[in-house]
Design a protein around this ligand. Structure first.
Ligand code: TXA
Ligand code: MG
Length: 343
């Protein structure tokens, strides 16, 4: 008789970032050293990690995520000494940026050395490097004793996970271990930059804001999505797509009126959801409304963004009306992800 499919499960361990259990970290580090895959929290989103110096292990990341092989990974380090092993010709501007923002949500695209296998960088001469500030991430890299290549721990095309439950939704049974360290602090991915002739080019807005970078380097160029498609490999395929259609409602005085009118009309045919700022939720009472955060607290909104998109996916929402936020600070990263979700 045919047995019912038993759902595969990945071992799930809980680690308190403020009281890290060394035995559990050692267990996770052993998985990395043996060439396995570990999902772990960083301060931005959960990453899916493998030994960055082991091409076979890194290949498993692409397989588990169903990620195309032309979308390069970020290499995570836990101290600046590791930089010299991985990359060459670091410029004074890059050094200053690392000094100011590491550990933290900034990823620097640097000239790679041969020690980084081609699969990590998809054959590019450059490698994206980040020293995260998440305590579990730092402890894991340290215990593993190798740099950890890690994209966000979601299936390709899905929103990045901000909880271990999100990771499980996408990757259960496809990876070796999930470290559950609670919700991530920032909620959007790191800012990816490259420095060319002393100018900072923002390839992906993220957890470190353009305003903060401008305090260190005056010449900052924020690339439009079209420009990034031309110069950044893999980018064109990134869509952060929820199952529902996403419609962005402009951030102006008529925002709530417009959102209500659109939702009323759409509700005649489809299951509607509204992603609202906290202060507007009261207007949307009759609709399935989820709050991203207060409009004047963009850091809060960032932590709510991917969670809310995933919640709408789980409840079968077909069309999401998303309130745009102000494009300053973390608002730039939020609107970048929302536009990608809207396609
Ligand atoms: O916050 C984050 O950055 C998270 C956590 C886990 O660290 N990671 C993350 O990785 O978001 P991922 O793979 O989802 O996004 C990395 C992006 C790539 O899609 C690519 O666009 C860019 O970084 N990237 C990586 N290497 C690059 C390179 N050599 N040149 C240009 N862009 C690169
Ligand atoms: Mg990703």
């Amino acid at each position: 008789m045919k047995q019912p499919d038993l759902s595969p499960t990945t071992r799930h361990i809980i680690i308190d970032p403020d009281n890290i259990d060394p035995d559990l970290i050692r267990e996770a580090a052993d998985v990395i050293r043996r060439g396995g895959l570990v999902a772990f929290p960083t301060e931005t989103v959960y990453g899916l990690g493998a030994n960055a110096l082991d091409a076979k292990a890194v290949a498993k990341i692409f397989e588990a995520k169903k990620r195309p092989l032309d979308d390069p990974l970020i290499v995570h380090i836990n101290d600046k000494a590791s930089l010299d092993i991985l990359v060459r010709d670091i410029s004074p501007v890059e050094t200053a940026l690392a000094a100011r923002f590491w550990p933290g949500a900034l990823t620097l695209v640097l000239n790679k050395k041969d020690i980084i296998p081609d699969i990590v960088t998809t054959g590019l001469d450059s490698a994206a490097i980040r020293m995260p500030s998440g305590k579990i991430a730092l402890a894991l890299i340290k215990a593993a004793g190798v740099p950890i290549a890690a994209p966000s721990a979601n299936l390709f095309g899905k929103t990045s996970p901000t909880t271990a439950a999100h990771v499980k939704e996408d990757l259960d049974g496809r990876i070796d271990l999930i470290i559950d360290g609670g919700s991530t602090d920032i909620g959007v991915e790191s800012t990816v930059i490259s420095v060319v002739d002393g100018e900072v080019r923002i390839l992906r807005p993220g957890g470190v804001s353009v305003e903060e970078i401008r305090e260190i380097v005056p010449r900052v160029k924020v690339y439009t999505e079209e420009e990034i498609i031309k110069c950044s490999p893999g980018k064109y395929k990134q869509h952060y797509a929820p199952r529902a259609a996403v419609v962005i409602v402009a951030n102006d005085r008529a925002q709530t009126d417009k959102c209500l009118a659109l939702a009323k009309e759409a509700a005649k045919r489809s299951k509607v959801g509204i992603m609202s700022k906290a202060e507007h939720a009261v207007f949307y009472k009759p609709f399935n409304t989820r709050v991203m955060g207060p409009g004047d607290d963009l850091a809060k909104c960032a932590t709510g963004l991917f969670r809310v998109l995933r919640e709408f996916d789980s409840d079968g929402t077909e069309i999401i009306f998303a309130e745009a936020v102000e494009e300053r600070g973390l608002g730039l990263a939020i609107m970048n992800r929302l536009r990608k979700a809207a396609g």
